[in-house]
Design a protein around this ligand. Structure first.
Ligand code: F6R
Length: 250
């Protein structure tokens, strides 16, 4: 069997972001019941938030799971509510009873150690991803190498503008972050990309239907052997009819 034949990309469209989130939780629940989810990679931001809320609502038990965040800002004071450590603890670890010792984030002072830690713990079983309007995954902005590892990066002006909604003053948005590399993300055994909203529709279509190019980081995801795109109607609205064939639930 060729590698191509082994690849599995599912693109599923739901009537709402809540329904897409519920589908993500179904996958998580199934993996947990099968004993196949020890290490969960988590994205922060608006798109995956409903997934974590739905997990809490369904009382999904993550107490034996280790969390690995995708990225972390550089330059915010420790304890700032918008550090991704604070967000992951507030939105995921606390409601889902994950002990603090099992919550890991990359450290800008020693980025490579993160890849080593992930590998030493046996790799990420399931990585939840969102994508940026510019197609970034993690904070791998356009132009990032598909081979990149966890490292410190500059944030694009468009990313800083998009994330200004979380800060009192747009100038407070950090200029740099530490992010899992694209190569690191691709090593997760399974990927779920949760995307909602019309402002992501062009990036979703470019990632799924457009050329494979480092100018569109999410276009690399088609190389992964097991990736599931869970989209609401608005995020799916620019997809080709071929990619829309897996439309469900509407
Ligand atoms: C967050 C992350 C980013 C976000 C992306 C979309 O940990 O790595 O790639 O997933 O910026 O963010 P939202 O969902 O807030 O639009």
């Amino acid at each position: 069997m060729t590698l191509t034949a082994q690849r599995r990309t599912v693109t599923a469209t739901y009537p709402s972001a809540a329904a897409a989130a519920s589908a993500a939780v179904d996958v998580i629940d199934e993996l947990l019941r099968a004993g196949a989810l020890r290490n969960l990679g988590v994205a922060t931001g608006s798109s995956p938030s409903p997934v974590y809320r739905e997990m809490a609502r369904r009382r999904i038990d993550l107490s034996a799971v280790t969390l690995f965040a995708l990225d972390e800002y550089i330059g915010l004071p420790a304890g700032h509510p918008e550090t991704y450590r604070a967000v992951v603890e507030r939105e995921i670890a606390e409601p889902l009873a994950v002990p603090r010792a099992r919550v890991h984030l990359p450290d800008g002072d020693d980025p490579e150690a993160y890849d080593d830690l992930i590998a030493a713990r046996g790799g990420i079983d399931l990585q939840i991803l969102g994508i940026g309007r510019n197609g970034h995954i993690g904070f791998n902005e356009p132009g990032s190498s598909f081979d990149s590892r966890t490292r410190v990066v500059d944030l694009d002006a468009s990313t800083r503008a998009a994330n200004a909604r979380f800060f009192d003053d747009p100038d407070d948005v950090p200029r740099r972050s530490v992010t899992q590399g694209i190569g690191t993300i691709l090593e997760a055994r399974r990927l779920i990309v949760v995307v909602s909203g019309a402002e992501k529709a062009a990036a979703v279509a470019a990632a799924i239907d457009g050329p494979r190019t480092e100018a569109m980081p999410a276009s690399v995801l088609r190389e992964h052997p097991d990736v599931t795109w869970l989209l609401d109607e608005a995020a799916a609205s620019h997809l080709s009819s071929r990619s829309l064939r897996d439309r469900v639930g509407a």
